[in-house]
Design a protein around this ligand. Structure first.
Ligand code: BV8
Ligand code: ZN
Length: 246
């Protein structure tokens, strides 16, 4: 008989193994073991800056060089990082041939690098930039920064193709995420502090639509008292264990 602590894991593995429609919501915690600092944890990305200072259109309008320097610093950091076993476990889950949607709040591009295809990057992607004037979109790995590069079409300043605080998410992407949350039998919620809306609310959307919600985190979150199973621990250990058990 498994010791008590293993029961939730077995329960989660059994529900996940039977599910034909699975949605996953990830946050910065899934990239922590790849070396990408989280937002709100110790040593987090916000530590020496407040989100309002940098990840907002007002900050970019007020001081584009400061905002670009921060993103340039982050890109330099993330360029050294590789997907970890948690990202890889989600690729294996997707390849089980089920109806699968991975919704990520992360802008680090590591899910894509790991091979995830059914992917919704609801807050955008750091490796893409767009023109603040004509909207032209470019993949950009070359910019050496730190000053904002100019649009090849119209010469205006380019900005990171991410969703800033106070900016709306892409309505089509949000609609697809909402549809995945309402349609899934099981939702995994991995490595998010569930603070940022509307992304964090997708866990409740899944729960209220009858989905079985499994949270994987190092600590309780505002979602914890609503989920069906809470697995405490590192995503890079728990997700491979879950995949081994289904
Ligand atoms: C919008 C892209 C409509 C940029 C990001 C009250 C006041 C003011 C505003 C609001 C408010 N209430 C709601 C809002 C709106 C605001 C919001 O939610 N604010 C919060 C702070 C309260 N939301 C918005 O503005 C959104 N837009 O609502 O549009 C609108 C329109 C006009 C006016 C108003 C509203 C847009 C939000 C998008 C912001 N952009 N990122 C960039 O990255 O530079 S958000 C940013 O936070 C990242 O995307 C990140 O993914 C996201 C969430 O953080 P987490 O991923 O959860 O990361 P965090 O560090 O917080 O937590 C890590 C977790 O992992 C922890 O729980 C930790 O325990 C765990 N962990 C760590 N290691 C591991 C682990 N777990 C497992 N294993 C491990 N090894
Ligand atoms: Zn332009």
């Amino acid at each position: 008989m498994a010791d008590d602590s293993q029961i939730p894991m077995h329960q989660a593995a059994s529900r996940l193994g039977q599910a034909k429609r699975v949605a996953v919501l990830t946050g910065a915690g899934i990239s922590a073991e790849s070396g990408v600092p989280t937002f709100r944890g110790p040593g987090g990305l916000w530590e020496n800056h407040r989100p309002e200072e940098l990840a907002t259109p007002q900050a970019f309008a007020r001081d584009p060089e400061l905002v670009w320097r921060w993103y340039h610093w982050r890109r330099g950091l993330i360029a050294q990082c590789r997907p970890n076993p948690a990202h890889e476990a989600l690729v294996a889950l997707e390849r089980r041939g089920i109806d699968f949607t991975l919704i990520t709040q992360n802008v680090d591009g590591l899910h894509r690098l790991a091979g995830s295809e059914r992917l919704l990057e609801v807050h955008g992607n750091l490796w893409w930039v767009r023109c603040s004037s004509c909207g032209a979109l470019y993949e950009d790995r070359a910019s050496q920064g730190p000053e904002p590069p100019a649009c090849q079409e119209c010469g205006a300043m380019l900005r990171p193709h991410v969703v800033w605080f106070g900016e709306s998410l892409d309505p089509d992407i949000l609609e697809s995420a909402w549809r995945a949350a309402t349609g899934c039998e099981v939702m995994l919620v991995v490595g998010t502090s569930a603070v940022v809306q509307p992304a964090a609310g997708l866990a409740s959307v899944a729960k209220q639509a009858g989905g079985f919600v499994i949270e994987i985190n190092l600590e309780p979150t505002p979602n914890s008292n609503e989920v069906d199973v809470s697995l405490m621990g590192k995503a890079g250990e728990i997700l491979p264990e879950l995949m081994a058990q289904i």
